[in-house]
Unconditional design. Structure first.
Length: 597
C-alpha cells in the first residue's frame, strides 16, 4: 500500500467511525481506538505495518506535550499551586505506589510493576475535560480540582517517559559528565533561544503577513527540538514540553497553539488508531474476566484513593466523591507509556496488551460511572429544606412593590428602590440564596412565589407593582399565571431569559416584558456604532429604531412562535425590512445634507 492510499484510508476511516462513536456517546479518544481496532489486523487488516504507523504517530504525543507546556503560564500555576502540587502529587505518588505494590504481590518484577502502576495512575485529560465541558462542570469545585490533578499528571509523565530509555539498558549514549554537560548546555540554549531568537523571528514573520510561515515556524521548532533530543538519546516529548513552557508567556503563545492544534489533533488521533491496531482483541474474547475485572478494579481502587486523598486535602466529601468518579479511569498517557515501554522491552507484549485493554474499557465505563453518581448518589446529597416558609412581617404588608426572585436581576431592582426610599417585599424560593443574601444585611423572605398562600401573605392586593425576576422559566410562567389570575389589577414587570420565555409570558397576558440581555446588548451595539465612525446622534437613533422595530416584531411573532417555519420566514422578512428602513433613512439624511450645502 502506497503512503498516499494509506493516508486516504486512515482519514476516511476516522471520518466515518469517530463521528458515529461520538453520536453514540463515546469520547473521541475511544472513537479513534475503535477505528484502529476495525482497520487493524484484528478485523479488516487494512492499515499495513502497525509499528511504522505508531512510530510516525508519536509526533502527535510530542505536539500534545508542546501544547501542554504552552498552557503552563507561571501565573496560572501559582493560582492552582496547592491543588496541582499537593493534591496532584499525592494522587500520582500514592496511586502509582499502590498499583506498584499490587504488581509486586502478583510476582511481577519491580520495573514492570512501577511502569504499569504509574501508567494506571494517569487519567484521561482529553476524555475528562470533554466530559466536564459537556456537563458544564469545568468551573465547579471538583472540576477545578480535576483540572489541577490532570495538569500534574501531564507534567509527571515527562520524567517517566524520559527515564524509560535509561531503564531499558539500551544505552545508545554514554551517560558520563560530557553527556550531561551537553544536556545542560542544550537546555540553557533553549532558554536563551526562546528569549533572544524565537520571539524576534516571530515578530519578523508576523510583520510579513504570511500566516502560513507562522505555521511552518511552529512545526520547525517542534520537529527541530525533537531531532536534537533524539540525537542526544533523550525523550522528544521532554524537549517539546520544555520548549512549550519557555514560550508560555510569549505574546505569540496563542498563535503557536492555534497553528499546532490541527496537526496535533490529527497525529494524536493517528496515534490512538495505531494503539487500537496493535491491541489484541482476541485477548478480550479469550480473557473477558481478567480484562473486565481489571477495568472495574482499576476504577474502584482509583476512586477510593482519589476520594480519600481529596478529603484529606480539606475538600468536602461530596467534592471528593465527584472527583473520584471523574478521574477513576485510565488515560491516553497510559497508552503512550505502555507502548513506549513495550518498544524498550520493559513490558512484555502480553502485559502491555492487557493493560491497554483495561485502560480502554475503563474509559468506556466512565459515562456509566457518572450515570450511577448522578442517579443514585447525588440525590442523597440534595438536602430537602423542610423548614417552613417565612411569615412576612407586619411592617412589610403595605409595601407597594413585591419582588419574586432575588438573584442578580432582582437585587439590582431592589437596590434602586432602596435608594429612592420605596418599600418592597422580596420573596426567594431557594433557601440557600436566602441565607446567603441575608448575610449582607438584606431583608428577604423564604417562600415559593407561585403558591397562592405566599402571594396573599405578601399582600399583593395592596401592592402596585409585581417584579417577576425568577430565573427558572417554568417557575416564572407558573407564578405569572397565579398573579394574573388572582390579582388582575396588578402591574407585572417581568424578566424573560429569551424570546421564547417572553412569548410564554405574553400568552398569559403579561404586557411589560424585558429580555435580560436585550438592553445591555443594545448599549454595546450603540458604542460599537460610535467606535466604527458614526456620530453619537446617528448611533443612538439607529439603536432606537432597531429597538422599536424588534419590540414590534416580538408582538407580531407571538401569534405563531410555535410554528418554526413561519417564525424563520418572519425573521428573514424582518431583516430585509429593517435593512430597507436603514437604507431609506441613510438616503434621506444624504439628501438633507446636500440641500443644506
Amino acid at each position: 500500500m502506497t503512503l498516499l492510499s494509506q493516508t486516504a484510508m486512515f482519514l476516511g476511516a476516522a471520518l466515518l467511525i469517530v463521528p458515529l462513536c461520538h453520536r453514540l456517546g463515546l469520547a473521541t479518544v475511544l472513537g479513534y481506538l475503535i477505528t484502529g481496532i476495525i482497520i487493524g489486523p484484528n478485523l479488516l487488516n487494512l492499515a499495513g505495518d502497525t509499528t511504522t504507523v505508531l512510530h510516525f504517530a508519536e509526533f502527535g504525543v510530542v505536539m500534545l506535550l508542546f501544547v501542554i507546556g504552552l498552557e503552563l503560564e507561571p501565573s496560572r500555576l501559582w493560582v492552582l499551586r496547592r491543588s496541582i502540587f499537593i493534591l496532584g502529587g499525592l494522587q500520582v505518588l500514592v496511586t502509582g505506589g499502590i498499583f506498584t505494590l499490587i504488581g509486586l504481590s502478583l510476582g511481577i518484577n519491580l520495573i514492570t510493576s512501577a511502569i504499569a502502576g504509574f501508567g494506571l495512575a494517569m487519567s484521561s485529560t482529553a476524555f475528562v475535560m470533554q466530559l466536564l465541558s459537556d456537563k458544564k462542570q469545568l468551573t465547579t469545585r471538583h472540576g477545578r480540582k480535576a483540572f489541577a490533578v490532570l495538569l500534574f499528571q501531564d507534567m509527571a509523565v515527562i520524567p517517566i517517559l524520559a527515564i524509560l530509555p535509561i531503564l531499558s539498558g539500551e544505552k545508545t549514549q554514554e551517560y558520563n559528565l560530557i553527556y550531561f554537560a551537553k544536556v545542560l548546555g542544550l537546555f540553557a540554549l533553549l532558554i536563551l533561544a526562546s528569549r533572544v531568537v524565537i520571539r524576534p523571528v516571530f515578530r519578523i514573520i508576523a510583520a510579513s503577513k504570511a500566516n502560513e510561515l507562522l505555521t511552518a515556524a511552529a512545526l520547525f521548532i517542534i520537529i527541530g527540538i525533537a531531532v536534537v533530543m533524539e540525537k542526544l538519546g533523550l525523550s522528544m516529548a521532554l524537549g517539546a514540553f520544555v520548549t512549550g513552557v519557555l514560550l508560555a508567556d510569549s505574546e505569540y503563545r496563542h498563535e503557536l497553539e492555534a497553528n499546532i492544534q490541527p496537526f496535533k489533533g490529527l497525529l494524536l488521533g493517528l496515534f490512538f488508531m495505531a494503539v487500537g491496531m496493535s491491541t489484541d482483541m482476541h485477548r478480550l474474547l479469550n480473557e473477558p474476566l481478567l480484562i473486565v475485572g481489571g477495568a472495574i478494579s482499576l476504577m474502584l481502587i482509583k476512586f477510593a484513593l482519589l476520594t480519600v486523598i481529596c478529603r484529606l486535602c480539606d475538600a468536602p466529601w461530596q467534592t471528593s466523591i465527584r472527583l473520584g468518579v471523574t478521574l477513576a479511569q485510565g488515560g491516553e498517557f497510559a497508552f503512550v507509556l505502555f507502548s513506549t515501554a513495550t518498544q524498550y522491552h520493559l513490558l512484555s507484549a502480553d502485559i502491555g496488551d492487557r493493560l491497554i485493554l483495561i485502560v480502554t474499557l475503563s474509559m468506556a465505563l466512565t459515562p456509566l460511572a457518572f450515570f450511577l453518581l448522578e442517579r443514585f448518589i447525588e440525590p442523597r446529597w440534595q438536602v430537602v429544606d423542610t423548614r417552613a416558609f417565612d411569615e412576612i412581617g407586619a411592617d412589610d404588608h403595605d409595601n407597594p412593590v413585591v419582588i419574586a426572585g432575588f438573584g442578580r436581576f432582582g437585587q439590582i431592582v431592589a437596590r434602586v428602590l432602596r435608594m429612592h426610599k420605596i418599600g418592597f417585599t422580596a420573596i426567594e424560593g431557594d433557601a440557600r440564596q436566602v441565607d446567603f443574601v441575608r448575610r449582607f444585611g438584606n431583608k428577604i423572605y423564604y417562600g415559593n412565589p407561585s403558591h397562592i398562600e405566599m402571594l396573599r401573605a405578601a399582600k399583593l392586593d395592596k401592592a402596585k407593582v409585581f417584579i417577576l425576576a425568577i430565573d427558572d422559566v417554568n417557575d416564572s410562567v407558573r407564578t405569572a399565571m397565579q398573579v394574573r389570575h388572582y390579582y388582575p389589577h396588578l402591574t407585572i414587570l417581568a424578566r424573560a431569559r429569551d424570546r421564547r420565555h417572553a412569548y410564554e409570558l405574553m400568552d398569559i397576558g403579561v404586557k411589560l416584558v424585558t429580555r435580560e440581555m436585550f438592553a445591555s446588548s443594545l448599549e454595546v451595539a450603540e458604542e460599537a456604532l460610535r467606535q466604527a465612525g458614526l456620530s453619537p446622534e446617528r448611533a443612538a437613533q439607529g439603536v432606537q429604531q432597531f429597538r422599536h422595530y424588534d419590540e414590534q416584531l416580538l408582538i407580531r411573532q407571538q401569534a405563531f412562535y410555535h410554528d418554526e417555519e413561519s417564525l424563520i420566514a418572519s425573521n428573514k422578512q424582518a431583516m430585509r425590512d429593517l435593512e430597507e428602513l436603514f437604507e431609506s433613512d441613510a438616503l434621506a439624511e444624504q439628501s438633507t445634507n446636500e440641500q443644506t450645502r
